[in-house]
Design a protein around this ligand. Sequence first.
Ligand SMILES: O=c1ccn([C@@H]2O[C@H](COP(=O)(O)O)[C@@H](O)[C@H]2O)c(=O)[nH]1
Length: 273
Amino acid sequence: MNESFGSRLRARLDACGPLCVGIDPSPALLHTWGLDDSPAALERFCRTVVEAVADVAAVVKPQSAFFERWGSRGIAVLERTIADLREVGTLVLLDVKRGDIDSTMAAYAEAYLDKGSPLAADAVTLSPYLGFGSLEGAITSAMANDAGVFVLARTSNPEAAGLQRPVAGQVLAGAAAANAGHAPFGPVGVVMGATLPALEHSLDDLNGPILAPGLGAQGATPADVARLFGPVRHAVVPSVSRAVLADPKQVRSRTLRYRDECAAHLSGAAAQK
Ligand SMILES: O=c1ccn([C@@H]2O[C@H](COP(=O)(O)O)[C@@H](O)[C@H]2O)c(=O)[nH]1
């Protein structure tokens, strides 16, 4: 695999439409599915989701926390889930929100981005709160491995606003600088919630993808995605977890509905421009 993450993401968005589906096997969802809270149930949950969405979601985003809570047995399920998805060509964005200093950050990059690692994903989420520069090694590693990173800029949770608002511009500027000259996207995406009341920064110069979580359970709608991200509709990847995972029999149909509604609203935003 020698194609950059940006090229692979572009191809996948063009082929499958603009949706990221989260795999969030929380105790509550396992219970709703009639499963016990165990690593075996975790595996069954993941296999069901992979079978339902792997060919229709551009990106699948396992939430690492729900695997980590089972220690090595949960991590083993995460490894298999990542491998199953990548084998069929679905892009895997591992939601781990890591961020640290030099050699520690390098170890995280090795764990999640190095092609040879058992946990290697196509991209990971990173936290920039030790300084955007602390992520440099991970960005270099992402490029070397044809992988990507998504840096938290303005997250979907309401309590983030006070902390993130003053620094989001720096995060976006750092991402744009790292992406300069790359086509069709650079390797550095950003996370901007679909729940935001408004975008306070332009994303025109980002030249990278935008993960927009918050659809469904957190209250954002496909119309919100188009309202916020219409001007960068080619680069936005709205993300939904609980709203498609709530019923094991409806994971695929709900995924298709969210995907098609997002695509329709985003193309409507194009028509209005
Ligand atoms: O800003 C952010 C960044 C990450 N998340 C994660 O996405 C999913 C959202 O799940 P829903 O069920 O669709 O609400 C979850 O794993 C979060 O940790 C986010 O919500 N917001």
